[in-house]
Design a protein around this ligand. Structure first.
Ligand code: ATP
Ligand code: MG
Length: 229
């Protein structure tokens, strides 16, 4: 296996920012503490308090690729990234219930979304999530032209590039600030633990306790009202 994480080390792939920050407390509860802050050190391979565990820092959308090919044994990736990747060659045992948001379609306020859909007219949609958007609209029998973007999706309708976007929202403030309104809910999003299936078999003694500890940490982190409801 090219570039595979070595037999006596567990390699965990994380992306900087939200995923790293929100995964940190869960890892700590599982007994793994990074030796450095990736923002401060700019290092891409980070040791931990455990000699047999290290963290690699990759782009959010690259996490599934590192785990799929065994360069990382496990990783944390948003459901959005996993939908777009397809999940091939990945075991997805645990919803970490962090980095929660929604994937939606949003259009400029005043754009007649339902009328355009009813007429069966083509709608131009700009998004980073081309595959997920194509599947979503195809399942609804809608005619859409997809335009691939790599960021700042909310600009596209304002600049006249597209009628609508497919993007992630949490508070809705960014949409509002750009005069966009949600026209369709596509999927609830949160970050998932992903595991290389061969690692789970070959490194079971190290990997399985970590999965169990992370699952316990997720449960412990739930607020009591959520458990009760
Ligand atoms: P890059 O900066 O490398 O292009 P990115 O913008 O996807 O990657 P982040 O913004 O850190 O990187 O997002 C990482 C993950 O966090 C996303 O894949 C998604 O699952 C989740 N996420 C993104 N936006 C939000 C949000 N507003 N609220 C909660 N979670 C979010
Ligand atoms: Mg981002």
């Amino acid at each position: 296996m090219a570039g595979a994480s070595s037999a006596d080390t567990i390699t965990i792939a994380l992306s900087k920012g939200r995923i790293f920050d929100e995964t940190l407390p869960l890892l700590a509860a599982a007994g793994i503490v990074p030796s450095e802050d990736p923002e401060a050190s700019r290092k891409l391979i980070i040791g931990t308090n455990r000699a047999d565990a290290r963290i690699i820092i990759v782009r959010a959308s690259d996490v599934p690729t590192y785990v799929q090919y065994g360069a990382a044994d496990l990783g944390v990736a948003g459901k959005d990234v996993l939908l777009e990747h397809g999940g091939d060659g990945l075991y997805q045992p645990l919803d970490l219930e962090i980095a929660r948001c929604r994937m939606v379609a949003a259009a400029r306020r005043g754009f007649d979304w339902s009328g355009t859909v009813q007429r069966g007219a083509r709608i131009r949609i700009a998004t980073k999530y081309v595959k997920t958007a194509r599947e979503h609209f195809a399942a609804k029998g809608m005619h859409v032209d997809l335009i691939k973007l790599y960021g700042s999706m909310e600009l596209a309708p304002l600049a006249g590039l597209a009628d609508a976007i497919v993007d992630l929202v949490s508070s809705g403030n960014t949409l509002k600030a750009n005069d966009l309104v949600v026209v369709e809910d596509i999927a609830p999003i949160s970050a998932r633990l992903i595991v290389n299936p061969a690692s789970l078999k070959l490194k079971r003694d190290a990997v399985q306790p970590l999965l169990d500890a992370l699952a316990a940490a997720v449960t412990a982190r739930r607020v009591p009202t959520e458990v009760a409801s």
